[in-house]
Design a protein around this ligand. Structure first.
Ligand code: PHE
Length: 496
């Protein structure tokens, strides 16, 4: 840490660097993979609309709460919460645990996208074997070695960036990769909207932005939209806290949060515009679920003129987006290890990466190579995704809002934030964070969980149980640590 402070590599160098890095964290598989496939499953435009509402009334509010907590604390996630009150360290532990779980499966999917991008470049036949891209996808992810190797490649690229540090690694990579991503995405959208079957293109547009099928949405769709908004904006898991703590003194956090939300939503909408018109134009199923990107889109590319090139661009853009997100997940833990154990950045990132890789191997194998690695008929990836997205992230977000509302108090936060900007809607933000967000997130969480129990079955009780268990463990660690700290603090000799 001392070293980083010394060479200026402990903070983002500029406002735009901060915004692009936070946007890089936000824009990822959430926008390009899960948003389109969930929109496909939960009634298209209805899901899009509810997700947008969630982003505006919850996402933006929680993002500013997290960035504020980070900059107020100016430390890793745990010490940022501890600065508010030492009794709150457990919230930091939770915010450390969730990104770890997510990054383990995130790198597996990141690996798949690297594999697809490279295949389009050098061996497009892999995906179009007998025109059955679904079969090719299933046989790829259920093979024992290949997905693990690509997961390793994806992780290695991400670790190189994290090892470069905040300014020279994360910020520099985001400054180059984010504009590249936008460009690739716009090219893909143009291709999709100008496909020869214009009727199909129109149907795709209708499905994605015009036809509101609220029946297909249901409560499961509403909670999925909320989880989607949080996941996509990198909320409820410490990433924005850590990036907030690296922001410059004069960076206006409210404005930055708003820009990140706009950028993130824009990319998600563009992803839908790239995918649905093409899916409809080639008469494919929009509601094919998680396989939409890897199993359905290759069919589109194989029927499209210049398909291999667009296939490459498309999967390259997904890989880029995934890298800039996963580096923020890794940074949460790396930052903690550097501050807490005084480790070097390299040592911290490599140790954490190694742990991620071990679990990722099991996740990859649970995709079919060793089908017995599952919980209540959920493969390990789905299981961890449910645990984090449906339950832990909303819980973390509620806790962050309650802490801001009742411990920090909005008026104090607003005074601090106003040192760098006007923050016209500050009072409203405080009210939303204090009253509306915790209640709304709570309600959606309860309804959503009960809808999930119905759809997934008793296995979901296990997911809930595990989430509660993890919360209790972090609280216990906090209490034990607190006692130890007290014991170890030498009693001050009386001043004579
Ligand atoms: N927001 C990222 C995405 O949309 C995922 C992510 C979540 C990254 C949390 C960091 C922290 O893919």
């Amino acid at each position: 840490m001392l070293n980083e402070k010394h060479n200026g590599n402990h903070r983002f160098g500029s406002k735009i660097g901060f915004i692009l890095s936070a946007a890089g964290s936000a824009v990822g598989l959430g926008n390009l993979w899960s948003f389109p496939y969930k929109a496909g499953v939960y009634g298209g435009a209805a899901f899009v609309l509810v997700t947008l509402i969630m982003v505006i009334i919850l996402g933006l509010v929680v993002m500013l709460v997290e960035m504020y907590i980070g900059r107020h604390g100016r430390g890793d996630v745990v010490s940022s919460y501890a600065k508010i009150s030492p009794k709150l360290k457990w919230v930091g532990y939770l915010a450390l645990l969730v990104p770890f779980i997510i990054s383990c499966y995130y790198i597996v999917i990141g690996g798949w996208s690297v594999k697809y991008a490279m295949s389009y470049l050098v061996a497009p036949d892999f995906i179009n074997t007998a025109g059955d891209s679904n079969g090719a996808f299933t046989s790829f992810i259920s093979s024992p070695y290949s997905p693990i190797i690509f997961t390793g490649i994806f992780l290695a690229i991400s670790l190189v960036i994290v090892c470069g540090g905040i300014q020279k690694g994360i910020e520099k990579a985001s400054k180059i990769l984010m504009p590249t991503l936008l460009l690739l995405l716009i090219i893909t959208v143009i291709r999709s909207l100008t496909l020869p079957n214009s009727e199909g293109v129109m149907q795709g547009l209708e499905f994605f932005i015009l036809k509101f099928d609220f029946k297909a949405l249901g409560w499961a769709g509403v909670v999925a939209a909320m989880g989607q908004a949080f996941f996509s904006l990198s909320l409820g898991m410490g990433a924005m806290i850590v990036y907030g703590s690296y922001s410059g003194k004069s960076t206006p956090l409210g404005k930055s949060a708003a820009m990140v939300c706009v950028f993130d939503t824009l990319v998600a909408l563009l992803a839908g515009l790239a995918i649905f018109p093409a899916v409809f134009a080639y008469g494919l199923e929009p509601s094919s679920g998680p396989g939409l990107l890897f199993a359905t889109m290759p069919n589109v590319f194989s029927s499209m003129p210049g398909g291999a090139l667009f296939g490459f661009l498309f999967f390259a853009l997904i890989s880029v987006a995934a890298v800039t997100s996963v580096i923020s997940l890794i940074e949460v833990a790396t930052g903690y290890l550097i501050a807490k154990l005084k480790w070097s950045r390299k040592k911290a990132a490599l140790l954490f990466g190694g742990m991620m890789m071990v679990i990722a191997v099991f996740i990859s194998l649970s995709q079919g190579a060793i089908p017995s690695i599952n919980f209540f008929q959920m493969d390990l990836l789905t299981f961890l995704d449910e645990l984090t997205n449906t339950i832990m992230m909303p819980i973390n977000a509620i806790i962050a809002c309650i802490i801001l509302g009742y411990v920090v108090k909005p008026k104090n936060a607003i005074i601090e934030l106003r040192q760098t900007e006007k923050l016209k809607l500050g009072v409203m933000w405080g009210m939303l964070a204090k009253y509306v967000a915790p209640i709304l997130i709570g309600i959606v969480l309860i309804f959503g969980v009960s809808a999930k129990v119905k759809s997934i079955g008793d296995g979901f009780y296990f997911v809930i149980g595990l989430a509660v268990f993890l919360v209790l463990v972090t609280v216990a660690v906090n209490i034990i640590g607190h006692r130890k700290d007290k014991k170890n603090t030498p009693i001050e000799p009386p001043l004579v």
